[in-house]
Design a protein around this ligand. Structure first.
Ligand code: UT7
Length: 327
């Protein structure tokens, strides 16, 4: 697929200190720990401090990824931040991170909800193939707590805050990204959205009263879509890479619901120890889920040179994406 072999040179992550447990949520909405654990697998999530915004989380993950790659800020040619919770409409969160890092390179945000990190890898890989850039910082960062309605038990049990980052660039032949699969179905946009605050419904007393600045989700519909698309996207990326399901050493899935991950494992005929799962600690961090899971897999020594990884996610849009990487 790639004329220039491109892969991940370093990983980083940052999650805020404050923990919101299922017990805490029991005090906030009509729910219980047992329901949340059996239906989602989530036990706790992290919540950004009142003075922390998405760019603060992204900056910390980015610093770690650059150091982990053995590089300095001056080696970075472009910054892409995948997020649906930017600090503000503009400047982009990527520009805010660029300033904090003291970088001089171009920077932009990419909006593809929970699939944003995979979409950003596709974009970054393509720009390196074109010869425009050599090393790109790709960040997935979210403060979903800022767009979560903590009176809505259908959504508030799911989401958390965090950031994951990677630096991508040239790797030895035979390694790096082997395939990509991304897709979108805009007809499903209504199933998962924040409708207020944009040009269709600018912020007003009415949008605030109607809670239109918080996530609306048709949980069941999204669940059915997720189960279908995670398997399809992963299988397609594996096939495009010229591999079979049995070749995959580690699946790094979007961390939305343990039942969705289990169904992907079944479809790929992989055992649970072949998946990186950390949603019990962090819940769903949208674009940050996959890079945080990847950074933790690396930290825990679960990824060895030559291993074949499949990263796969889905989310609002509706969107989906998968990639196969030889580490
Ligand atoms: O990043 C992508 C974003 N989203 C997702 O991936 C989410 C995909 N969807 C899901 O993960 C699941 O649909 C949920 C976890 C959101 C919900 O699980 P479910 O098994 O689909 O439950 P349900 O919505 O069918 O609700 C079952 C019951 C309902 O009660 P009744 O109508 O059967 O009496 C709900 O009212 O569970 C009730 N319920 C709750 N009970 C306790 C819904 N939320 C809660 C709750 N605690 N937090």
């Amino acid at each position: 697929m790639n004329a220039i072999p491109v892969g991940i040179l370093g990983t980083g992550k940052y999650v805020p200190e404050q923990v919101l447990t299922n017990k805490d949520l029991e005090q906030m909405v009509e729910t219980n720990d047992e329901w949340i654990v059996t239906r989602t697998g989530i036990k706790e999530r992290r919540i950004a401090a009142s003075d922390e915004a998405t760019s603060d989380l992204a900056f910390k993950a980015a610093e770690q990824a650059i150091a982990n790659a053995g590089l300095t800020v001056d080696d970075i040619d472009l910054i892409i931040v995948a997020t649906v919770t930017p600090d503000m409409s503009f400047p982009s969160t990527a520009c805010l991170v660029q300033a904090r890092l003291g970088a001089k390179c171009p920077a932009f945000d990419l909006s593809a909800a929970c699939s944003g990190f995979i979409y950003s890898l596709v974009t970054g890989n393509g720009l390196i193939q074109s010869g425009l850039y050599k090393r790109i910082l790709v960040i997935g960062a979210e403060t979903l707590s800022r767009i979560t309605d903590y009176t809505d038990r259908n959504t508030c049990i799911l989401f958390g805050d965090g950031a994951g980052a990677v630096v991508i660039g040239e790797v030895p032949a035979g390694r790096g990204f082997q395939s990509f699969e991304i897709g979108a179905d805009g007809t499903g946009g209504e199933l998962l959205k924040v409708s207020g605050g944009g040009s269709r419904k600018p912020a007003s007393a009415e949008t605030v009263a109607n809670k239109e600045h918080s996530i609306y989700m048709a949980g069941n519909e999204v669940f059915k879509f997720a189960v279908r698309i995670m398997g399809n996207a992963a299988e397609s990326a594996i096939e495009k890479a010229g591999l079979t399901k049995a070749d995959i050493d580690l699946l790094v899935p979007h961390q939305a619901n343990i039942r969705i991950i289990q169904s992907s494992l079944n479809r790929l005929e992989l055992s649970e120890d072949k998946a990186m799962i950390n949603l019990d600690k962090y819940g769903n961090m949208s674009a940050a889920s996959i890079p945080v899971a990847l950074a933790e897999a690396v930290e825990q020594g679960r990824v060895k040179e030559g291993d074949k990884l499949c990263l796969v996610g889905f989310g609002g849009g509706l969107t989906w994406g998968a990639t196969v990487i030889v580490w």
